[in-house]
Design a protein around this ligand. Structure first.
Ligand SMILES: Cc1cc2nc3c(=O)[nH]c(=O)nc-3n(C[C@H](O)[C@H](O)[C@H](O)COP(=O)(O)OP(=O)(O)OC[C@H]3O[C@@H](n4cnc5c(N)ncnc54)[C@H](O)[C@@H]3O)c2cc1C
Ligand code: SF4
Length: 809
């Protein structure tokens, strides 16, 4: 057997590991060691913005977990820094004095955030935004301090600012030019962006140059050249990055601004290569992933001895990852004398499109508000596409027989080598192969296999279009999608297997059912947590880490990072005493808004995270579960107790129902309404279960919805007594719990399984109905008020509300 060559990678980041992933597809000729300074396995740095704003956890953004390294036979060393390469003896020394030998070496040390060399930049509370540690520092600071400044109004600075706003901080972006993202946007798009971000709570100090940071030990503010000042207890510097060249320059490798590499990523020293943000190629240092992956593809082929085209540089495109803000730019976006532009600005719809051409060739574009054409424009710029009458009509929506441009199938236009997912370097052919050779049919599966849409997600529509093109009618993004990309099993198969194989934890399920990622993902973990709780109500230990953030916090996180507290008001009824408590607590905690909800109760808005337990304690009212996949509200009319038309006591039944079914988990939220007569004042027809008093009895309706996909509820049955009403309601709810997909509302569930089946099981078959109601009672017997649970458990209280915890992988 031939001895494998030793390949060492210094830097366990996105560029280095993407190169290794690509190399492993080509050859197994290397025995690989990876040295990473961070304590984590390889994660998606791009997604740190999502971790900061709270929509993803660290676990969610891990690209390759430790098991992946193990199964690929890679020796992973974390928490150690390569300090010197002995290029004669071919060894790398680490900061703990140990050494590893190499035959070939890749330096992939990325960049460091640039910290302005101004007085005070070493104060506590002044940081960059580069890694998990920075994220943790910001999250911790947000829990303690109120005011933040972000210096730098570029892509990263704005994402950091949005994240901090989400965490409840008062954030000002300080920027030297007088418009944002000047390296990616023109003035018009930048001003539209500024307006949009202002409406999302970010403040701006534009045209300001910071001269110093104030403070003794911790930063307290900024001073500017014009003499003005800004208060800030946290300062995030986001003014650019510098290639991390320290290791290379310590080791006699040629370094300019970055580590100098040729078109095959070879440094000045034989057998030493470099890839990623640490490099300088033909005078350019890159700061986005797409170019780094293009470099990685060339380097992987070079190392595998596979013929490759040289790397000749990249054209960069940018998308901002802030929800509700669609901005895109590619290539040359600022026109000069030699350029011609096509500009379309729709102030009413808030959209802007600029296409820049030189000698009729498309060389750049900026889009705001509607970025549907982003992938086409990116491709046109890369290819140097010539503007034609036809293309003009398509891109501007003019011409054509009806005044609109022809609808273009972008996927069909792509060649095999065209990149569909820029962040992960996935070509059209890789997606087509995943479908035609590997037989994959869902987006999640293709994402798992190829990495397409794994990062910023901007290419998802195009990936779907490519799949649609290959699969034709066989592709149905909705129906075909399994529980998630970690498995090919459907919901029913998973639930059946859990029962048959007697599986009791999420980890047992993912292991026994051969999940592709043993720890699952953010999509399957909450679903499995629900299915396990539903199947084993008396023994299952709920896994809070598998729940969505609102459910973990027992409150709804709002746009500005504060929370809303909604106490229960059974059947929409309250008392003067409870109202007084709500008022007292709202005044004490300085809540900006107290609002009546659509479900006849009161929302207390703007509660700070650390105040949540105190608010619950002082209210001493049950949780209204306004954040949960559980029973939300039972809306009632005043019924026979007060209304002269009322024939049934809707208030009494509404309260009874809310007290009975509160707290148990459902696949999705559930709303009830109860009316005293068919005049339907409480709007039963748009509720999951609607109850209407009629002819001395009750009508029960199911599957109504008043949300995005409105649906009128179907009449399930009529009953005579309150006992029948409660029993059938229990049976319907339990049948829904047992047969619906996680996150499926009753409106979709009724459509999918059919009213007939529900009627047979919950009305016609009395024995089955009683069994369902009994299983519902068992589930209900295990529930506990979540606010009280936190108050009784000081450790849980501290972990969730007093100290910041970021899950480490
Ligand atoms: C918050 C944020 C959002 C971003 N968003 C986007 C985006 O939307 N789109 C986009 O294209 N790009 C984005 N980027 C940029 C993108 O993440 C980088 O281009 C990419 O991560 C660079 O990859 P790299 O491997 O060169 O460097 P890195 O991913 O930084 O990896 C380098 C690794 O090497 C380690 N290291 C350094 N020195 C040593 C040493 N001596 N020994 C051992 N290990 C060492 C570092 O600790 C680090 O883990 C974003 C970056 C950040 C921080
Ligand atoms: S639904 Fe009937 S009982 Fe209820 S308030 Fe309206 S009219 Fe009165």
């Amino acid at each position: 057997m031939t001895q494998k060559q030793k390949l060492v990678v210094v830097g366990n980041g996105m560029a280095g590991m993407n190169t290794i992933e690509q190399l492993l597809k080509l050859t197994d000729q290397y025995s690989i060691t990876v040295i990473g300074a961070e304590p984590h396995p390889n994660y998606n740095r791009i997604m740190l913005s999502y971790v900061l704003e709270g929509s993803k956890t660290i676990d969610d953004i891990v690209i390759n977990d430790r098991a992946w390294y193990e199964s690929a036979g890679i020796h992973l060393i974390t928490g150690k820094r390569g300090t010197k390469i002995n290029t004669e003896q071919k060894t790398v020394q680490m900061d703990d004095g140990s050494e590893v030998d190499y035959d070939r070496l890749i330096i992939a040390t990325g960049s460091n955030p640039f910290i302005l060399p101004i007085p005070g930049s070493d104060l506590e509370g002044v940081i960059g935004f580069r890694d998990i540690e920075d994220c943790e520092t910001m999250i911790e600071a947000a829990a303690k301090y109120k005011k933040a400044a972000v210096i730098g109004g570029g892509l990263l600075g704005l994402e950091a600012a949005k994240g901090l706003v989400q965490l409840g901080m008062d954030v000002t972006v300080v920027h030297l030019p007088d418009y944002l993202m000047e390296r990616q946007l023109d003035v018009t798009a930048a001003k539209m962006l500024e307006k949009e971000l202002e409406s999302q709570g970010i403040k701006f100090a534009l045209g300001k140059q910071t001269t110093a940071l104030k403070g003794d030990t911790r930063v307290t503010g900024l001073t500017f050249t014009d003499g003005t000042e800004l208060e800030a207890e946290l300062v995030v510097m986001s003014v650019g990055i510098r290639p991390n060249t320290e290791l290379a320059s310590n080791s006699g490798i040629e370094v300019n601004r970055g580590i100098v590499v040729d078109d095959y990523m070879q440094t000045s020293v034989p057998d030493v290569f470099a890839v990623g943000e640490c490099t300088e190629h033909r005078g350019t240092c890159y700061g986005l992933v797409a170019p780094l992956f293009e470099q990685g593809a060339v380097l992987a082929k070079t190392l595998a001895g596979v013929e490759t085209k040289p790397y000749e540089g990249s054209i960069c495109s940018t998308k901002l990852k802030i929800s509700g803000v669609d901005v895109f730019s590619t290539g040359t976006f600022m026109e000069e004398k030699q350029h011609t532009t096509i500009t379309m600005h729709d102030g009413w719809k808030g959209t802007y499109k600029k296409i820049v051409m030189q000698d009729n060739v498309i060389v750049g574009a900026v889009l705001f508000g509607d970025i549907d054409d982003s992938s086409r424009l990116e491709r046109f710029v890369k290819k140097g596409e010539l503007m034609t009458e036809e293309l003009y009509a398509e891109l501007t929506g003019t011409g054509g027989c009806c005044g609109g441009g022809a609808k273009v199938n972008v996927a069909a236009e792509l060649t095999d080598d065209d990149i569909v997912c820029g962040c992960n370097g996935v070509t059209k052919k890789m997606i087509v192969d995943a479908v035609t050779i590997d037989g994959l049919t869902t987006l999640d599966q293709v994402k798992m296999k190829t990495g397409a849409s794994r990062s910023c997600g901007g290419c998802k529509p195009l990936v779907e279009q490519v799949m649609q093109l290959v699969l034709g009618n066989g592709f149905d993004a909705e129906v075909k999608e399994g529980i998630c990309g970690c498995t090919t099993m459907s919901r029913d198969e998973v639930v059946e297997a859990i029962k048959q194989q007697n599986l009791h934890t999420v980890a047992e399920v993912t292991k026994a059912l051969g999940w592709s990622q043993p720890e699952g993902c953010s999509k399957c973990r909450p679903a499995l947590n629900y299915y396990l709780g539903m199947l084993w109500p008396t023994t299952y230990q709920d896994e809070p880490a598998s729940r969505f953030v609102n459910e973990r916090m027992n409150a709804n996180i709002q746009k500005d990072g504060t929370y809303t507290v909604v106490p229960r008001m059974y059947g929409g009824m309250t008392t003067p005493q409870d109202l007084k408590k709500i008022a007292d607590v709202s005044i004490k905690y300085n809540l900006p808004l107290v609002k009546m909800t659509g479900g006849q109760r009161i929302g207390m808005m703007g509660v700070k995270k650390e105040d949540l337990p105190k608010v619950w304690e002082e209210l001493n009212m049950p949780s209204g579960y306004a954040y949960a996949k559980s029973l939300r509200t039972v809306k009632t009319c005043v019924g026979s107790a007060y209304c002269r038309f009322g024939t049934q006591d809707s208030l009494h039944i509404g309260e009874l129902i809310e007290r009975k079914f509160e707290r148990v988990d459902f696949p999705a939220k559930v709303k009830f309404a109860v009316n005293g007569c068919p005049r339907n004042c409480a709007e039963s027809c748009t509720k999951d279960i609607g109850i209407v008093g009629n002819d001395g009895g009750w009508e029960i309706y199911v599957g109504g919805n008043g949300g995005i996909k409105a649906r009128l509820a179907d009449l399930l049955c009529k009953v005579k007594t309150d006992e029948e009403l409660i029993e059938i309601s229990a049976a319907v709810l339990q049948f829904y719990r047992e047969t619906a997909k996680y996150l499926e509302r009753t409106s979709d569930w009724v459509e999918r399984v059919g009213l007939d089946l529900i009627q047979r099981n919950t009305v016609a078959d009395v024995e089955q109905r009683k069994q369902l109601a009994k299983r519902m009672d068992i589930a209900l017997s295990r529930t506990e008020d979540p606010w009280q649970k936190v108050l009784k458990d000081p450790k849980l209280k501290e972990t969730l509300f007093e100290k910041v915890v970021v899950t480490k992988s």
